[in-house]
Design a protein around this ligand. Structure first.
Ligand code: PNW
Length: 483
């Protein structure tokens, strides 16, 4: 009796427990991306992508001189991956298609049947195990062939992506009902400067960031309309885009800081979301880039303009907004930067820093779960209560330890923030996805940063997968629907 009473007491006062549970229609999943897990970089007719090329020609690019040639070897171990998913009890699996595995040169002229077979096998195995496939068309592994004409920075990219999307819908859309066109276009066009620079052989200069954004948005809209016009009636799925959002919290209640935080959100998230929801870039972005461009001596704004036809074509091209959230910042107003060299960062303006009281993760970023709740609330308020799917959230460590209590602690707090957004703020959020199913190739960090629920032993040919303690935790969340 005494034990029971103290158990009840502990349950009610424990700050990590919440009285709320996840609604019946809320879905749980985990995510990966092709280049980060598949390996088989030249298997069975796959063509070369920018990451194959980059890591082969410039092995020092990754901090451990590694590459994704083998990675988790999921090209061969997909059945084991599905068993891990099954063991977790997830509703869906978010993975990406390798463009050059399906179209070796990137163009629609040649289809690699072995690559198609690989994804057919994976999708069928998922469905046979009661797991929904959620497919990202583009998770950064652009065909190397496109580099010769500037990749994303050439408007022809729009047609090439549209062709690829059509082929993917045609091949897999009978079974795939959730499609994500792009993963984090912001990262593709601006972030990890040296990394995108090396991949694309261009460097940020306040011009190309916007050209790239413009093309990717048009490519997204094109794919959405292809789905609408040619596939939706028979296939009846959903098409959206995944945007990363680092939350910007005003550093004080001063109106200039409140405005600065909003300016940053509009430059970082609104730049992509606003055209898709409303047909054009956010007002503050249009105004600031035009103003700074003029002072820098440009005859026109560095931010390209959508024609009216393009605006109408973009507007409403989403069935959901995919949200990747990892990190938060405090933002305050700062004096206007001198007008000299153009730069995206100067366009954004403002200053950001972290609250020293926020707990560190073991790599990049802080633990600040209120940032996820605020991101969800802001998206709801800014974009007409759109359907939101959280398509990534997760905790990095350097060790891959099986006793990953800190990951469990992180997940519990962010899941709890999601519950608060649902129950306190009535946000229309219907899915949560852990990055990642297993430790994998973390881009420039190689294999030194680990996000997995499963540990992968990269020293063995078998790429042995072992469940971490967080597998148990996530499985219980999915089953009991409480954090
Ligand atoms: C994501 N940010 O990248 C990617 O989608 C994954 O491929 C990657 O492995 C994962 O995060 C972990 O790093 C991000 O600046 C890049 O907020 C940048 C940000 C967030 C996520």
């Amino acid at each position: 009796m005494k034990l029971l009473l103290s158990a009840i007491l502990l349950y009610t006062i424990s700050p990590t427990k919440s009285q709320w549970s996840f609604p019946d229609d809320f879905k749980f999943g985990v995510a990966t991306a092709a280049y980060q897990i598949e390996g088989g970089w030249n298997a069975d007719g796959k063509g070369v992508n920018v990451w194959d090329h980059l890591t082969h020609t410039n092995p020092n690019f990754t901090i451990d001189n590694s590459n994704g040639d083998i990675a988790c070897d999921s090209y061969h171990k997909w059945q084991e991956d599905v068993q891990m998913l099954k063991n977790l009890g997830v509703d869906f699996y978010r993975f990406s298609l390798s463009w050059t595995r399906i179209l070796p040169q990137g163009f629609a002229s040649e289809i690699n049947t072995a690559g198609v077979q690989y994804y057919n096998n994976l999708i069928d195995e998922l469905i046979a195990n009661g797991i929904e496939p959620c497919v990202t068309l583009f998770h950064w592994d652009s065909p190397q062939m496109f580099s010769s004409f500037g990749g994303y920075y050439n408007p022809v990219f729009v047609d090439l992506f549209a062709n690829y999307a059509r082929i993917a819908f045609k091949l897999f859309g009978d079974r795939v009902k959730t499609w994500i066109t792009f993963n984090e276009p912001k990262v593709v066009c601006q972030d990890y400067n040296e990394f995108m620079g090396l991949v694309n052989e261009v460097y940020p200069n306040g011009v190309i960031e916007y050209l790239c954004t413009h093309d990717l948005l048009k490519a997204h809209a094109e794919a959405y309309h292809i789905y609408d016009n040619e596939f939706r009636a028979q296939q009846n799925g959903k098409v959206g885009i995944t945007l990363n959002f680092e939350w910007s919290e005003p550093a004080s209640v001063k109106s200039e800081d409140v405005e600065a935080a909003e300016q940053r959100r509009q430059f970082e998230f609104g730049l992509f979301a606003s055209p898709i929801v409303y047909g054009n870039y956010p007002e503050v972005v249009i105004k600031r880039v035009a103003h700074r461009s003029k002072r820098e001596g440009f005859p026109h704004s560095r931010l390209p303009k959508f024609t009216l036809t393009e605006q109408l074509k973009l507007k409403g091209t989403y069935d959901f907004i995919g949200l990747n959230h990892y990190n938060s910042w405090l933002v305050k107003a700062s004096p206007e930067q001198p007008f000299g060299e153009p730069s995206y960062d100067k366009d954004v303006g403002t200053e950001r820093f972290v609250d020293p009281s926020w707990e560190d993760t073991e790599w990049d970023g802080k633990i600040a779960p209120f940032g996820l709740q605020n991101s969800l609330k802001w998206i709801k308020a800014t974009y007409k209560n759109s359907l939101i799917l959280i398509t990534e959230n997760g905790y990095p460590d350097k060790t891959g330890t099986l006793e990953d209590n800190r990951r469990i602690n992180f997940l519990r707090q962010y899941l709890n923030a999601t519950l608060q957004a649902i129950h306190q703020d009535q946000v229309n959020v219907k899915a949560y996805t852990v990055w990642s199913l297993m430790d994998n190739f973390e881009w420039a960090q190689g294999f030194t940063v680990k996000f997995g629920l499963y540990n992968v032993d990269f020293t063995t040919n078998e790429r042995t997968r072992t469940a971490k303690k967080s597998v148990e935790y996530y499985r219980s969340v999915i089953k009991d629907r409480v954090v």
